[in-house]
Design a protein around this ligand. Sequence first.
Ligand code: PEP
Length: 245
Amino acid sequence: MRRPIIAGNWKLNKTIVEAVDLANKLKAATLKLDDRTAVVCPPFTALSAVADALRDSDIAVGGQDIFWEDSGAFTGEISGPMLKSAGCTYVIIGHSERRQLFGETNDTVNKKLLAALKNCLFPIVCVGETLEERKTNQTFEVIKSQVNNSLANLTNEQLALTVIAYEPVWAIGTGLTATPAQAEEVHAFIRTLLCKEVAEGMRILYGGSVKPDNVKELMGQKDIDGALVGGASLKAPDFISLINY
Ligand code: PEP
């Protein structure tokens, strides 16, 4: 019922030439995209070139961040209209690296989310607890605060277009994956926090060391509707097998 999404976050990796090369390899592969969506999120500099390379494919392109204003004196920022003009249909918002390293808060995430929706971009909003928070039994409290505050002030229609990624910080880039049961527990909890009218239709992705050898079991969980993938999205064979899980 919920169409799964496999999204690759390329982070601060790949020059334009390298990014186009990876995009071309994905485009040339046989991908099962009739019942699922694949998205790649290259760095800003490669967005346009990757979108051009993927033009006649069913692979969508997303940005890794967005600023809440459309234009103005905001040096270094990238806006919704700019992402759209570069060929994006998705955008990642509030990734834990942005929250931890660049001072992103639930409040800024919320502003960015509203900007994405205003600009007709599908937002992928990231939430997740740190290892310390998990160890001290704060996981559900932290997730509740992140979901409620990051997704504040949305109409049900806007909420229905929003994708959430649950990414336990301790599992990102560490090789440690939440067990399918641990992930499912939080995904099911997140769904209870969402407005009843739209919750059942909303996609909640899991992220944190998703690899070809663990994707199937994760995707077998009732409330896991896809994956947000870092490391394993940088190599064509791995990302192809993740899409075709
Ligand atoms: C991510 O960056 O969102 C991520 C989940 O990274 P990795 O797959 O490398 O853990």
